[in-house]
Design a protein around this ligand. Sequence first.
Ligand code: NAX
Length: 325
Amino acid sequence: MTNPIRVAVSGAAGQIAYSMLFRIASGDVFGKDRPVQLQLLEIPPAMGALEGVVMELNDCAFPLLSDIIISDNPEVAFDGISWAWLVGSRPRGPGMERSDLIQANGPIFVGQGQALNKAANDVQVMVVGNPCNTNCLIAMNNSDVPKERFSAMMRLDQNRSQSLLAEKSGSAVSDVTNMVIWGNHSNNQYPDFENALIGGKPAPEVIPDQNWLQNEFISSIQNRGAAIIKARGASSAASAANAALEHVVSMESVTPANDWHSAAIHSDGQYGVDPGLIFGYPVRSDGKGGNTVVEGLEMSDFAKKMFDKVHDELRQERDVVKDLL
Ligand code: NAX
């Protein structure tokens, strides 16, 4: 057996983590022959609940789970890790605006960014906790870890889009490829149906109803999280955990030819985005920690308007936290 891969998960007593940890431990992400050591981070009031999760992990007797460390100190939880899955963050309280949430969560990601300096040289970081793009921006700017190793999760939005396009066109989900979610994981995100393919053909050829694509499709994806809260009485958890697993699997694999996956990564100015923003792009991964933005995709005037709106939103979020960068 090879050395275990050390994976930190923050917010480990939360509902997303509860759908995530058991799958990491069973080998769904790093392979059925790679042992895993989980390093779980929580805040002091949640340590008791986290102990319960650890009991359950132990009770699964996963052959690949070599050890579990729990801590409320990010420096302990991030020691020697090769992956940080930053899921924990403060939820939005009653009457809180998005900018209040950004300000409340900012300091968490300053401390966690600094603590990432304890990680292994090859560490990669995925931020799920919202507002995930800007939290990732803060962590990246407070860490010595190279900026290319940071990403924020757009995969749930990608999966939702693929599923809805498949349903509308009567196709299999696996026939829907080349789906990019531009910009921010927020209700201004732009799920790009123009560059998506269904069975290898442009989605607008297979679904000629432009009105549905421009209105119902986009708004359903942008507001899917709220629809789930309304129906379930709680926010997306299993689908978010599944998306996080797929985000990491995609980054740990070579992206299949002619496709990409959606992830928010550090912008070097591609598509005119302000350099330094954590922006949702079409990404190809080399499976060794290298991620490249797919360039040259075309956009209609409609698409450019959507793109500019979400770009502006991310600029505004960056301005709210400028003192933390
Ligand atoms: P929960 O409230 O169930 O769990 C969050 C956990 O984080 C709690 O146990 C809490 O104690 C812990 N926590 C808070 N501050 C912490 C800190 N400083 N260090 C370590 N742990 C801390 O939320 P859950 O449903 O699991 O969602 C977690 C985050 O994912 C939320 O911010 C949520 O908004 C975000 N989401 C992001 C998605 C995305 O696509 N990027 C989709 C799903 C989800 O909404």
